[in-house]
Design a protein. Structure first.
Length: 395
């Protein structure tokens, strides 16, 4: 029974989302070294005595003189009438402000998931999910903001478009930082040569430095690998070392899953084996086989109280991916509407480049693909009673 008590403690600590490997700087996968020094640290601002504190004034607090004075129209400088350039600038500045907030939330999430120790009663996972949901709502707003941009006609845009060359929305460093901090690597970017050629060297270096740091996808992999439910022999009986495909749960699940495939779906059996038991050295993988097994288990048994928040976290990450893709799609359609197949101000193919990025820049694709390995609830393997008690908080 000592082993079961230890498992209960492991189950409670698993939701902390931390790992000794982060503390030690060991590898979470073959490509990425997880080091404490690579994790953004939240700043703690000092407080001043209320008595000595200067009275806060709305305009000063928000620095509105700086913000509202930051719209310099190129058309005014050129003596050209272009009413809609103000709209164009304000919308893009608003985008950058929201990107700043998203990065602020993401940095806090990464820092929380990287803490070396957290008390069992800590609310870390709830905070992570809450801030992930905030990012989602901001991204929804960014997608909807395109509606305002689309009140500008093609001719309205042409009034000032040529004055912007070679500036381009492609040069938004904060957007690229967001992609990198979520887990998009340079080698997986669409149009890598264009990516390098259109940015200043210091901006390329800034994003490449971020790509070397531990990102959210890395931390997700580490957390999922730590899920303690499959390694206790008092629950499962004797387990073969390094043979997860022979584990009682996974061998049973595979038999039920493959037995339910239609003839046209038989290739999914190979996908099942590659995803859940395949070689982690595959360069296309970002989540290990062990992490994928844990994620699939969470999908399957999300109804248990202890798996609800982990499920919400994974769904939130998929929704972030989906909204970023939606933003790219709306952008693609808007560009086609505005300039058709013409070259963008940054000398890209415009619509073609954006379409390629939209198709390739999914970060949590492996989480989404696990949905193809699900099967109906009525066919799920029955869990051992002791594990059900642990997952139901009654252990």
């Amino acid at each position: 029974m000592c082993h079961l008590r230890n498992l209960r403690l492991s189950v409670l600590r698993w939701n902390v989302l931390t790992t000794k490997r982060i503390q030690d700087g060991t590898r979470s996968d073959k490509n990425q070294v997880v080091s404490p020094s690579s994790i953004p640290i939240l700043r703690h601002h000092s407080t001043h005595s209320i008595m000595s504190k200067k009275e806060v004034y709305y305009k000063d607090y928000l620095q509105l003189d700086k913000i509202l004075g930051a719209q310099e129209l190129e058309s005014d400088k050129a003596g050209v009438e272009a009413h809609d350039e103000m709209l164009f600038i304000v919308i893009h500045q608003a985008y950058e402000l929201w990107f700043k907030q998203v990065l602020y939330e993401l940095d806090s999430i990464t820092a929380l998931l990287s803490k070396p120790t957290v008390n069992d009663n800590d609310q870390t996972l709830q905070v992570v999910v809450h801030r992930s949901r905030r990012i989602i709502e901001i991204l929804r707003l960014l997608v909807d903001q395109i509606n305002v941009m689309e009140t500008m006609s093609s001719l309205d845009f042409l009034d000032f478009r040529d004055l912007l060359r070679p500036a381009s929305g492609f040069q938004s460093i904060q957007w690229k930082e967001l992609e990198a901090k979520l887990g998009l690597h340079y080698e997986n970017r669409h149009g890598k040569q264009y990516y390098v050629s259109q940015l200043r060297p210091e901006d390329v270096g800034r994003v490449r430095d971020i790509e070397k740091q531990t990102n959210l996808l890395d931390l997700l992999n580490v957390w999922l690998e730590r899920m303690p439910y499959f390694e206790n022999e008092e629950i499962w009986g004797q387990i073969a070392d390094n043979k997860p495909e022979e584990h009682p749960f996974w061998s049973d699940y595979r038999e039920k899953y493959t037995g339910g495939l239609l003839d046209i779906e038989k290739s999914n059996a190979d996908l099942f084996d590659r995803t859940l038991f395949g070689n982690d050295e595959d360069p296309k993988r970002r989540l290990s086989a062990k992490a994928c097994r844990s994620a699939l288990f969470i999908y399957l048994y999300k109804g248990f109280p202890l798996l609800h928040l982990p499920y919400e976290l994974m769904v939130s990450l998929l929704e972030i991916d989906e909204l970023m893709a939606s933003w790219r799609m709306r952008h693609v359609n808007m560009v086609m509407r505005m300039i058709g197949s013409r070259v963008g101000t940054g000398k890209s193919s415009g619509h073609g480049y954006l379409k390629g990025a939209m198709d390739k820049h999914y970060i949590f694709r492996e989480l989404a693909e696990l949905n193809g390995l699900l099967m109906p609830r009525k066919d799920l393997p029955e869990l051992p009673k002791e594990l059900e008690r642990l997952l139901g908080f009654s252990g």
